[in-house]
Ligand binder design. Structure first.
Ligand SMILES: [Zn+2]
Length: 159
């Protein structure tokens, strides 16, 4: 997990080359970028949008920065979801493995649905909690596209 700072440095990557090698049993993707440094200061609160122009191709891009406080809140939400999901999975496995409860049909169905929903949601919430840094690189409309990339970002943040 990256530490949250108000002043941040962004490395913008402009893709100059990509190549996929596919030999049926072996697959490799290679991509090369020009990298450019940008420095920003997060807003004191909330979220702020910054316009950004790629020095290599001149394409307009947008950077959305969340304040440190907002990013911590988002991380907390992901962590709460991950802990709740883990607790549901652990409790369901423990109860199902060691104790046979004569649960009524509706309660059984609710427990089963909560368990099945927790299985995919929990690892995704843990992953999002770990990588959330409150920084999004997109095109000016807010959509993610190929061609530009924020180097060092664990999130697939392209524009
Ligand atoms: Zn570019």
């Amino acid at each position: 997990m990256q530490p949250l700072r108000r002043k941040i440095a962004i490395k913008l990557g402009h893709q100059i080359h990509e190549h996929t090698l596919d030999l049926f049993v072996y697959w490799r993707y290679t991509s090369h970028y020009y990298l450019f440094d940008f420095h920003f200061t997060r807003p004191a609160r909330g979220q702020r949008r910054f316009d950004l122009r790629c020095p290599a191709c001149g394409k307009d891009l947008m950077l959305r920065l969340d304040s440190v406080e907002r990013t911590k809140q988002i991380r907390k939400r992901y962590l709460t979801t991950a802990l709740t999901g883990s607790a549901v999975v652990a409790a369901t496995v423990a109860l199902g493995g060691f104790v046979h409860l004569p649960l009524p049909g509706t309660v059984e169905a609710v427990v089963l649905i909560a368990f099945l929903l927790s299985l995919p949601v929990t690892p995704i919430a843990w992953w999002l909690w770990r990588i959330e840094d409150g920084i999004r690189l997109t095109d000016p409309t807010g959509k993610r596209r190929k061609g530009h990339w924020r180097a060092g970002s664990p999130r697939l943040s392209g524009a």
